[in-house]
Design a protein around this ligand. Structure first.
Ligand SMILES: Cc1cc2nc3c(=O)[nH]c(=O)nc-3n(C[C@H](O)[C@H](O)[C@H](O)COP(=O)(O)OP(=O)(O)OC[C@H]3O[C@@H](n4cnc5c(N)ncnc54)[C@H](O)[C@@H]3O)c2cc1C
Ligand SMILES: NC(=O)c1ccc[n+]([C@@H]2O[C@H](COP(=O)([O-])OP(=O)(O)OC[C@H]3O[C@@H](n4cnc5c(N)ncnc54)[C@H](OP(=O)(O)O)[C@@H]3O)[C@@H](O)[C@H]2O)c1
Ligand code: SF4
Ligand code: SF4
Length: 508
């Protein structure tokens, strides 16, 4: 017997720390951790203690013999990671002393007489919360936690799809810090609107910005702003009940929806648009979105990828889950001979190989299917050229191997990535949509730090923000100990301090 890690793994590595035989890899210290889609348990070394399953915040770990339905393939997925590895990346080879019971190791070391720091953390998403966790558990800092929204959680609350309830559970790991005695929480306070970055800086020893990337990248092609063309940020906010998105922001009267992009957000959108509404009833989906899904006319969702099957941007676990759904038909449009060749030649277990079971057809784009199961169609090697329509989207012209093709559709969702927005008072790199920094220290602004998507750009799952936060908090503490935090920060004028305190109080 052994345990196995499954689909919802978000790479936060909580399991790595508790495994007594170091059989979960890659660990955060190993080179492929940054690119790994999930972590894996070595079945040959696992001693079935179950400690990892208890520690996992998203319930991703199960004994192999309890894997059923869509999770069944994960016994093989875990084992395959270790097959043919030489030398094996197990305990003795990688970190012989990793789990020896020597003296305790402290990840943060600060002088015993160091006065408590006052730190503001802006953003309650995963990045902000991992930074808060690090500060509260490893230092005596006092934290002011701020978010512009009235509900905390960032994309865990308003991004993660409602049909991923175990992933949403990680929110519980974060909320336990909301009531920590050294934390005061200020929701509904927007930095740049209700308080300025200067005011926050003046009242705290350090400020960490964890504001994420809330806007959408643009395609920059004609017709992009026509009604019926919406960004995934809107559709995702709509089904998650985001306060900025109106309940009728999404119309579902088209028979076919085209989603530009084939990353995990595109897959989330395709899954929700083709879901059986009854299966979503017990989730956190917005009631207005659910009501609209019940009367949806959408029968086919096309996922448009500009590259081939091997380069699809989604992760293997998310694609695997899609292939396990019995209520929909998965189709690969074989308009280009390279597509079938790539899928057939893909190594077993690879992402492209998962499409071997999909129906292959050269899709007739003149009209969506009117009967049968709902379909998700993968169209590869096809880039969007222009939106069709005058007052409303009626389709998308896309590239084909020989000529452009018109795909008729009244709903086009642009799932081509998120983008950070500029925050008044802080530097901003327009190219990458991030705040320029060095190891988490905002360039040219001592005492100001960044973490998460606004630091690294909009990629990486929830757990990736943990190591990111460790770097940022580490830089902050190094600066504090070395006396590099601006000396006069907390003084400000008494009047300004009172005004800020009043505004933060008003948003308890
Ligand atoms: C649609 C979607 C689904 C996803 N699903 C998964 C998944 O299933 N599994 C997974 O591992 N990863 C998933 N991810 C990735 C994961 O959500 C991100 O890695 C993570 O949320 C990034 O964290 P963050 O804290 O940087 O940003 P966010 O989570 O966006 O948090 C930023 C916070 O800052 C606040 N804020 C912004 N501006 C201001 C301001 N001016 N003043 C005050 N507050 C402000 C926002 O309100 C927000 O609460 C998903 C991402 C998306 C987009
Ligand atoms: N685990 C989960 O369930 C989950 C769920 C949602 C999101 N996430 C994570 O959140 C992050 C963001 O996901 P995402 O889907 O927004 O981004 P993403 O993974 O970067 O995917 C973006 C997609 O848009 C395409 N694209 C970009 N510009 C384009 C253009 N001009 N024309 C046509 N296509 C274009 C990309 O194609 P190319 O690949 O060719 O560039 C890619 O297919 C990812 O790290 C993702 O894994 C995780
Ligand atoms: S989510 Fe974290 S604890 Fe759970 S399996 Fe993945 S890395 Fe391990
Ligand atoms: S069950 Fe125990 S030995 Fe096996 S991977 Fe989990 S923590 Fe390690």
């Amino acid at each position: 017997m052994a345990y196995a890690i499954t689909q919802t793994c978000c790479n936060d590595a909580s399991c790595v720390k508790v495994c007594p035989v170091n059989c979960i890899h890659p660990t955060p210290d190993e080179p492929d951790f940054g690119t790994a889609e999930m972590l894996h348990i070595d079945p040959a070394t696992c001693i079935d203690c179950g400690a990892c399953a208890d520690a996992c915040p998203v319930e991703a770990i199960f004994p192999v013999e309890e894997l059923t339905g869509p999770l069944k393939p994960y016994a093989e997925v875990n084992a395959a990671y270790y097959a043919g590895r030489s030398p094996s990346p197990r305990a003795a080879d990688v970190a012989p002393n990793f789990h020896s019971w020597g003296p305790p190791r402290f990840t943060r070391t600060i002088p015993g007489d160091f006065p408590p720091l006052d730190v503001a953390v802006v953003g309650t998403g995963p990045a902000g919360m991992y930074a808060v966790e690090d500060l509260l558990l490893h230092t005596n800092a006092r934290v002011t936690l701020i978010d512009r929204l009235p509900v905390a959680g960032g994309l865990v609350r308003y991004g993660v799809a409602p049909d991923h309830p175990s992933t949403k559970k990680i929110g519980e790991t974060f909320t336990r810090f909301h009531t920590h005695p050294r934390l005061r929480m200020r929701l509904g306070v927007e930095v740049g609107e209700d308080v300025t970055a200067d005011e926050l800086a003046a009242q705290h020893d350090a400020v960490i910005y964890a504001v994420g990337a809330s806007s959408a990248r643009r395609l920059g092609i004609a017709g992009e702003d026509l009604p019926g063309s919406i960004a995934a940020t809107t559709l995702v906010g709509w089904y998650n009940g985001h306060p900025d998105v109106s309940a009728d922001a999404v119309g579902l009267s088209a028979g076919r929806a085209v989603v530009v992009g084939n990353g995990n957000v595109a897959l989330d959108v395709a899954r929700i648009l083709t879901a059986n509404p009854d299966a979503l009833e017990s989730t956190t989906i917005s009631r207005a979105a659910l009501a609209r899904l019940r009367s949806s006319e959408v029968r086919e969702v096309v996922l448009l990828g500009r590259r081939g099957p091997r380069e699809a941007a989604c992760t293997t676990p998310e694609l695997l889950a899609l292939t396990q759904r019995e209520d929909i038909e998965l189709v690969v449009d074989t308009h280009d001979p390279r597509i079938a060749e790539d899928i057939d030649a893909a190594p077993a277990g690879s992402k492209a190989s998962l499409l071997r079971g999909a129906t292959r057809e050269t899709v007739d784009w003149s009209a969506p299917p009117s009967r049968g199961r709902r379909r998700i169609v993968f169209r590869f090697h096809s880039a969007p050229r222009e939106f069709l329509g005058d007052e409303q989207v009626r389709g998308l012209r896309v590239s084909g191997p020989n000529d452009d093709v018109e795909i008729g559709s009244g709903l086009v969702v642009r799932a081509i990535g998120y983008r950070g927005t500029e925050l008044p008072g802080l530097p901003f790199d327009q190219g990458s949509g991030t705040i320029p920094h060095t190891g988490g220290r905002v360039d040219g602004q001592p005492g100001t730090y960044v973490v998460g998507w606004i630091k690294r750009g909009p990629s990486g799952g929830i757990g990736a923000n943990r190591t990111c936060a460790q770097e940022t908090v580490g830089a902050l503490l190094d600066d504090a100990i070395a006396g590099r935090l601006p000396a006069a920060r907390r003084r400000g004028s008494a009047k300004r301090a009172m005004s800020l305190a009043r505004r933060l109080r008003g948003h308890a």
